[in-house]
Design a protein around this ligand. Structure first.
Ligand code: SF4
Ligand code: FES
Length: 264
């Protein structure tokens, strides 16, 4: 077991909650345990709001700043937080913090650049919001695709289970691109303060440029804006924190190369 004192941001204050948890528990596991333990307790003893869904790093909803680093709480093991964590390759590590009795102290804060809901629950709205609506590749498409599926689908002559239309509510907003789970960790980690489309958006722009040559010019025009690739200061924190190995910094670099090639 590992003794942990959680300091969880709730507005201007921190709520402090302690407990013992299995070594391989994640921060999200621990919060779920604390929440169950506090059921029926006074509001001050309850866990502040947090977001989650899948518990395995695929939905992107549980992002938070964990001991100073934007992280997915469902992938952050307590045992890992008890050891120094590299902030960036070759850079200074984030040292673990311990309380007076030797307990591990874990500080949780909401992701920056998101829309704060409450507690540490924040929606990473800024990850893709800089991309204009007219770029159709990031518009809803799955629902239209599903609507056009035959009512009685078959594959290789074999009948497939019927689709339940009720489980597919209309999508609104933009669809996902490749491995990105739109968690917003890259935007939260990026220290650029000037107007900036952001790492996730520029990674999407570059992938579309590569995959759809007919869109390359419009993608490069988007990337060439003052808030596009030129705004990137090459800190590369985005690639460091991305839980899906999207490497947004690499995509921004590829956009720069393509822009430089176009200018020659
Ligand atoms: S590029 Fe990575 S860090 Fe950024 S939103 Fe997508 S999955 Fe998250
Ligand atoms: S709960 Fe889905 S990514 Fe963490």
């Amino acid at each position: 077991m590992i003794e942990v004192n959680f300091r969880i941001r709730d507005g201007k204050d921190f709520v402090e909650l302690s407990g013992g948890f299995p070594e391989d528990a994640t921060v999200l596991d621990a919060l779920e345990t604390l929440r169950a333990r506090a059921e029926g307790a006074a509001p001050a003893a309850r866990v502040p709001h947090y977001r989650h869904s899948c518990h395995h790093g695929s939905c992107g909803t549980c992002g938070a700043v964990v001991n100073g680093l934007p992280s997915l709480m469902c992938l952050s093991r307590l045992s890992d937080l008890a050891a120094p964590r590299p902030r960036e390759p070759g850079g200074p590590a984030v040292e673990p913090s311990h309380g007076p009795s030797g307990e591990l102290v874990v500080t949780l804060e909401p992701l920056t650049r998101g829309s704060l809901v409450a507690g540490i629950a924040a929606r990473p709205t800024s990850a893709l919001e800089g991309i204009p609506e007219e770029y159709s590749y990031l518009r809803p498409s799955e629902d239209a695709g599903r609507a056009s599926l035959p009512a009685d689908p078959t594959r290789d002559g074999e009948k497939l289970p019927a689709l339940d239309g009720a489980v597919s509510p209309p999508l609104s907003g933009r669809v996902r691109f490749e491995a990105c789970i739109e968690c917003g960790l890259c935007s939260a980690a990026c220290p650029v303060t000037a107007p900036f489309l952001g790492p996730a958006a520029l990674a999407a722009v570059n992938r579309h440029r590569e995959k759809a040559p007919e869109s390359a010019e419009s993608m490069l025009a988007l990337a060439a804006g003052a808030d596009g690739a030129p705004a990137c200061e090459r800190h590369l924190h985005c690639s460091r924190v991305c839980p899906q190995a999207v490497y947004p910094g690499k995509h921004i670099q590829l956009l720069r190369k393509a822009l430089a090639g176009r200018a020659q």
